[in-house]
Design a binder for this molecule. Structure first.
Ligand SMILES: NC(=O)c1ccc[n+]([C@@H]2O[C@H](COP(=O)([O-])OP(=O)(O)OC[C@H]3O[C@@H](n4cnc5c(N)ncnc54)[C@H](O)[C@@H]3O)[C@@H](O)[C@H]2O)c1
Length: 243
């Protein structure tokens, strides 16, 4: 299967190219990046595009894939609402897999967090803490947002009504039902996430630590193979994994 990697010069892109070249089922049709020495376009016989680049790069790239009928896998995070609308429009014409995290472990965690939130209820305060390397550009991480949304789902509340991003100053006592997200940055951390359920007499913590970008790249390559031949629509990594 011929795949194109968008953002091929980046941390994730380099890992994707390396793993795709090692796979007997995949062929790298194009390594696309704005960096010098990289391609700007994929060939017409490309069978899937995997995008781990920059939020503003996604709309023009996915629009081109939609015109050509090529499935698209989005790993890039931090999309604005307008950019997300462009993705949704493309998904009416091609299969699109979009996930803030392609690792098996985090996708399992999403289900565990939903169950925990439902079981423990709003008496347990939910705080999501994430840490990433100092080069990460968006905050909080797409994964932290997905985890916080899973907690909101488990409680049956609308995430936007209860979300809080960090705290500073005289914020007052913590109201019940809030779901707060905190982003730490430093060093070379690949991606750590903890969801805390803090009760009055006990605390439950669910943690995932990615040790290598291989965890994300393997999932994205699997998603590209899964997407080929699907009906147009927007899918998540949970669909790919059947979770
Ligand atoms: N979903 C996941 O599992 C997952 C995992 C890790 C990272 N990410 C996300 O993937 C993205 C990339 O992460 P990274 O750590 O590899 O970043 P990075 O900065 O190392 O790489 C991004 C690459 O994209 C390139 N790029 C920028 N604009 C472009 C354009 N218009 N066309 C083509 N290429 C362009 C840059 O030149 C760079 O080489 C980020 O949004 C990050 O949050 C997602």
């Amino acid at each position: 299967m011929k795949i194109a990697i968008v953002g091929a010069a980046g941390r994730m892109g380099r890992m994707l190219v390396k793993m795709a070249k090692e796979s007997k089922d995949l062929e790298v049709a194009a390594e696309i990046d704005v960096a010098e020495g990289f391609a700007r376009e994929w060939p017409m016989d490309t069978e899937a595009v995997i995008d781990f680049s920059f939020h503003s790069a996604v709309p023009p790239s996915i629009a081109k894939a939609a015109e050509q009928g090529i499935p698209y896998v989005i790993g890039t995070t931090g999309l604005s609402p307008e950019e997300q609308t462009a993705v949704d429009a493309a998904a009416r014409r091609i299969p699109v897999v979009q996930s803030g995290n392609y690792s098996l472990g985090v996708n399992l965690l999403l289900n565990l967090v939903k169950i925990a939130a439902k079981t423990l209820g709003p008496e347990y305060d939910v705080e999501v803490v994430e840490m990433h390397h100092k080069h990460k550009k968006d905050a909080p991480s797409g994964t932290a947002l997905m985890l916080a949304k899973s907690a909101a789902d488990g409680r049956g509340v609308a995430f936007d009504d209860v979300a809080v991003y960090g705290r500073k100053g005289m914020v007052g006592e913590r109201p019940q039902g809030e779901i707060a997200i905190h982003a730490l940055r430093g060093g070379s951390v690949v991606g750590d996430h903890t969801v805390m359920f803090a009760g009055d007499v006990e605390r439950v913590e669910i943690t995932h630590k990615a040790q290598s970008r291989e965890a994300f790249a393997a999932g994205a390559l699997r998603a590209a193979q899964w997407a080929a031949g699907r009906k147009p629509g927007i899918y998540t990594m949970r669909d790919v994994l059947g979770l």
